[in-house]
Ligand binder design. Structure first.
Ligand code: SIN
Length: 565
């Protein structure tokens, strides 16, 4: 149902559709239903669509904390400085300033609303120092269960809100675009497999990450890259897809559970299979060198050991904490400081105060994603993106630890308000050039080069016999192997080229209307971007181009060939 709207579009009485229920989606929903009186933004109704239950999300599994410059010896400007330094030349300083300034505001709001962050004895938020932060500014909740506690606390606010409708077990298959603007989403009811269209002219994609493109990942099963796949098919620009952060320390067994960087922060060491510590000979910061440096070294050592894992040894924690050789004291410390990791390892038979923990690098966080302006607007009118599936410009080529939940919180909020402020989704049509109403992506004058990606899911390769290429027995496993071998921690032109070709052939065998087709498209786009960047920068490490090239110090955007414009 639509009514004419003053900006020249049609006002939309349908709720804002939020796809995903991690911190970015929840933040968008809360912002939209509250509106902003001071800015004259009215509250809107919201419909949240989520593939599983509301609480299930990447955020729920996040052990790490949230960085926020809320302490007297800190400032958002210092936080900006650290974030830009980590981003290796590709951060958007305006977006980073928004992240750090509004991040502090958003965190204070969560504290006021009673979110259970860890506090010290005087009741003030407890804070930690992490690698590459110049101040201790990382808040935790439940020790190493920050994501879980924040997610559950915010979900309670969401479930209680009368203007929010939640549709669980509902997978979004497509964003429908007509005449260059969003018209709704096509969804599948997961239990029945039935598909239907939900109309709406304002859609926020907050679908999370894409770690499941790789065989080793810290991400949960829903992190399939669907947001990037769906957004590309809807005609949205993507940016910085070549930058994928690999976490150095995931458990080398089972589901590759994350062993937080904070464990190394407390003094744990990395050792090879003979028990030799190696990081001090690689970097003066040893185990606390930047994440990409440690991940690369772990990967090299594992390759040199014919694929057998390296280990995390907690005896260094005993030394750093002054516990001597008392194993019980170390066991108590680990259980108290890292309850989630401790519980997981014990449940899997690893007594980590005694046994070295087998470790592998694992896909952790995608810096790239759907390109947005500072109001979370993509290049498609009516389509917004926030959280890990978005590329806001705050991470550049490498994300500073504990900035991801913050990004979801800040830019999810902005997405919700931008959608609520734009009932007809046509804010950028009005010709005003102020930041609040002019979508930078539409102006095309920011000097960003926009390349095209051919759509591998529409290719129809034939065999020498003239038939369709048969699908491999296990296409998702083939996809992950191609990504790890060619588009993983260390890359070169040969590996990237053959992974890309393999992905193209594989994608052509996958039925287009499936979640795996979106993952294949996202993976293919990632490989394409990585092949094009002939330098090493941040998390993108090319062994054939080991140096950073100052001439490539800019982000690159892509659109899908043949997608609606
Ligand atoms: C970690 O705790 O090591 C992960 C946190 C993050 O990725 O920011």
């Amino acid at each position: 149902m639509t009514t004419p709207h003053a900006k020249g579009g049609m006002a939309d009485s349908a709720p804002i559709i939020v796809v995903g229920s991690g911190i970015a989606g929840l933040s968008a929903a809360l912002a939209a239903v509250h509106g902003d009186d001071a800015r004259g933004i009215p509250p809107s109704d919201v419909l949240i669509l989520t593939t599983a239950g509301l609480e299930e999300s990447n955020t729920l599994h996040a052990q790490g904390g949230i960085a926020a410059a809320i302490f007297p010896d800190d400032s958002p400007d210092l936080h900006t400085h650290d974030t830009i330094a980590a981003g290796d030349g590709l951060c958007d300083p305006t977006a980073v300033d928004i992240l750090t300034h509004e991040g502090a505001e958003r965190i204070r709001e969560l504290l006021d609303r009673g979110v259970h962050f860890d506090k010290d004895q005087s009741g003030k938020p407890r804070r930690g120092l992490e690698a590459a932060h110049s101040r201790p500014r990382v808040l935790h909740a439940g020790g190493d269960a920050t994501g879980r506690i924040v997610e559950l606390d915010i979900c309670r606010m969401i479930r209680d809100h009368p203007r929010i409708t939640i549709l669980e077990d509902t997978a979004v298959r497509d964003v429908i675009v007509k005449d260059g603007a969003v018209e709704g989403v096509r969804v599948t009811d997961v239990p029945s497999g039935r598909t239907r269209i939900i109309p709406g002219r304002r859609v926020v994609l907050a679908t999370g990450g894409a770690g499941r493109m790789f065989p080793f990942t810290t991400n949960p099963v829903l992190a399939t890259g669907s947001g990037v796949g769906i957004g590309l098919r809807a005609g949205a620009q993507v940016m910085d897809l070549e930058f994928y952060q690999f976490h150095p320390t995931a458990l080398a067994l089972g589901e590759h559970f994350l062993i937080s960087e904070a464990v190394r922060g407390e003094g744990a060491h990395l050792v090879d299979e003979r028990g030799n510590r190696y990081m001090p000979s690689v970097d003066p910061r040893a185990e606390l060198a930047p994440r990409d440096v440690v991940a690369r070294e772990n990967y090299r050592r594992i390759m040199a050991q014919n694929g057998r894992p390296v280990f995390l040894d907690t005896s260094g924690i005993a030394a750093q904490q002054g516990l001597g050789h008392n194993k019980h004291a170390l066991a108590d410390f680990l259980a108290d400081r890292f309850p989630t990791i401790d519980g997981y390892l014990r449940a899997h038979g690893i007594e980590w105060s005694d046994d070295p923990v087998p470790i592998t690098p694992a896909a952790h966080y995608w810096m790239g994603g759907l390109r947005t302006d500072t109001h979370a607007r993509t290049s498609v009118p009516g389509l917004y993106a926030a959280g890990e599936c978005a590329r806001t410009g705050v991470h550049g080529a490498n994300r500073l630890a504990s900035n991801s939940l913050l990004e979801g919180l800040v830019f999810g909020h902005r997405a919700g308000l931008a959608a609520a402020d734009d009932p007809a989704n046509r804010g950028w049509d009005d010709g005003r050039d102020d930041d609040a109403h002019g979508c930078i992506l539409d102006h095309g004058n920011d000097g960003i080069e926009v390349g095209t990606i051919d759509d591998p899911t529409h290719a129809a390769p034939s065999t020498a016999m003239g038939g369709m290429t048969p699908p491999p027995t296990n296409p998702d496993e083939s996809l992950r192997d191609l990504m790890w071998t060619g588009v993983g921690v260390l890359r070169d032109a040969d590996g990237l080229g053959s992974a890309r070709e393999g992905l193209r052939r594989l994608a052509a065998t996958i039925p287009t209307d499936t979640a795996l087709a979106d993952t294949a498209l996202a993976a293919y786009a990632c490989a394409t971007a990585a092949l094009a960047r002939t330098e090493s920068r941040g998390a993108h490490a090319r062994t054939d181009h080991p140096r950073t090239d100052p001439l490539q110090a800019r982000s690159r955007a892509y659109v899908l060939q043949g997608a609606p414009r």
